[in-house]
Design a protein around this ligand. Structure first.
Ligand SMILES: Nc1ncnc2c1ncn2[C@@H]1O[C@H](COP(=O)(O)OP(=O)(O)OP(=O)(O)O)[C@@H](O)[C@H]1O
Ligand SMILES: [Mg+2]
Length: 249
């Protein structure tokens, strides 16, 4: 579904992403880990088109999307969450999902398809999304008034509402408690089992080890390891990159 070929991004002298090859398949969770500043968020930003590549290629469903503007990537089915939550704080939970769903769908559907209509109504879709993310009881709260873990959940729900086939999750568990992380783990599995391709960036090692089918490790913008969770965990290069912290996992 997604193929990164020699993906490279330099910010001045900083090689934030430096020749990274990655593949994410449908129905697969690829964990992307690495120390702070290793280029994980930049990789997601490049896939979404937030800024241009220095060099390399992004292939999505067999097409080169490297030069497409961000909204066209959303239309093609790529959605992401932000490490620093980006919600409309003055809109309700329901309105946040409405905006996300509509902006994605209006761009996706041509007038003829809109005329004939799709299955189910947009409101029903949002209702199901609220249930799935356990936010139905918060539907009329302002997003800005939600507890932090709930905001993380809404950030995930907002990305899901765009109906992506590729979901990029940038630290979705940050600030969550153990129970919330368990629920997040279950949600990611459910989506993966529908055939969605998921790129999961996470510092929470237990979650990545549990839910990822494969894991790739970045250090100073380069991929230093890739494999099953067990392979990556036992890789000396990875342990070194984390200065021993990964050995505790
Ligand atoms: N817009 C930007 N302009 C300049 N430098 C940037 C920009 N975005 C990221 N960088 C730099 O690129 C490098 C990689 O940053 P990135 O945010 O991708 O790391 P990360 O792996 O997501 O780290 P973290 O785990 O802390 O979120 C860092 O040195 C960072 O300072
Ligand atoms: Mg980051």
């Amino acid at each position: 579904m997604l193929e990164l070929h020699r993906l490279t991004k330099h910010f001045g002298g900083v090689r934030a992403v430096d020749g990274v090859d990655l593949i994410v398949n449908p129905g697969e969770v690829l964990g992307l880990i690495g120390p702070n500043g290793s280029g994980k968020s930049t990789t997601v930003n490049l896939i979404c088109g937030l800024f241009p590549l220095t060099s390399g290629l992004i292939m999505f469903k067999g097409e080169d999307i490297s030069a497409l503007p961000p909204h066209e990537r959303v239309t093609r089915g790529i959605a992401r969450t932000f490490q620093n939550i980006r919600l409309f704080g003055q809109l309700t939970v329901w309105q946040n999902l409405w905006v996300a769903q509509n902006s994605a769908e209006q761009r996706r559907q041509n007038p003829v398809r809109r005329w004939f209509g799709g299955g189910g109504s947009a409101r029903e879709d949002i209702g199901r999304t609220l249930e799935f993310f356990d936010l139905a009881h918060k539907r009329d709260e302002l997003a800005g008034n939600l507890a932090f873990g709930e905001q993380r959940r809404l950030e995930f729900a907002r990305a899901f509402a765009a109906k992506p086939v590729l979901l990029l999750l940038d630290e979705p568990a940050a600030g969550m408690n153990a129970e919330e992380i368990d629920q997040l783990d279950a949600r990611i599995r459910t989506l993966r089992d529908t055939g969605m391709a998921i790129l999961l960036i996470e510092h929470h090692v237990e979650l990545v080890m549990s839910v990822a089918d494969r894991i790739a490790v970045l250090n100073f913008g380069q991929k230093i390891a890739e494999g099953s969770p067990a392979e990556v965990q036992n890789n000396p290069l990875v342990r070194e990159a984390y200065l021993g912290t990964a050995t505790a996992a």
